[in-house]
Ligand binder design. Structure first.
Ligand SMILES: [Zn+2]
Length: 155
């Protein structure tokens, strides 16, 4: 998957005039996150996207309140399939072992440590692992199939 830098090398995503009032797409959200990384102002990001700066601010506020929104945007990818899988951050390119460590790393780009740990405390490890279907195909748990012997039908 491309890093944010690679993704927006040629500029921001564009929207059709008809979509001027649509809510932010995932790609637009990623662009805002790229802009935040580059320390762009909300005004500049809004102008680049052709949207109101208030919409940019609203998204920022939204993920401050619910940091998990950030983890739905594919900001990291799996790069190995060892027992403890390695992940690569698509914001900065850094790698980390284990999904929880990577999710925390990604959140740290945009949130204070306290908010990161509140969003991803140790106990959520399992639920964190179960989220993110579709982002990676390598982590599917082998599903043990219990073959149930076919019972004799009673008539
Ligand atoms: Zn990073």
């Amino acid at each position: 998957m491309p890093t944010l830098d690679e993704r927006f090398r040629d500029g921001p995503p564009t929207r059709e005039p008809a979509d001027a009032h649509a809510w932010l797409s995932a790609e637009e959200r990623r662009f805002i996150l790229w802009g935040l990384k580059e320390r762009w102002s909300a005004i500049r990001m809004g102008r680049a996207l052709g949207i109101n700066e208030a919409t940019v601010r609203r998204f920022r506020k939204k993920f401050w309140e619910d940091p998990r929104l950030l983890l739905e945007l594919g900001l990291y990818e799996m790069v190995g399939s060892a027992r403890t899988p390695e992940y690569r951050c698509l914001v900065c390119g850094e790698r980390a072992l284990g999904r929880l460590a990577m999710e925390r790393h990604v959140l740290r780009h945009y949130l204070e440590e306290e908010a990161v740990m509140a969003a991803l405390p140790e106990v959520t490890d399992n639920s964190a692992r179960q989220r993110g279907e579709g982002q990676e195909s390598g982590e599917k748990k082998p599903q043990r199939k219990h073959r149930v012997p076919r019972r004799q039908r009673r008539h």
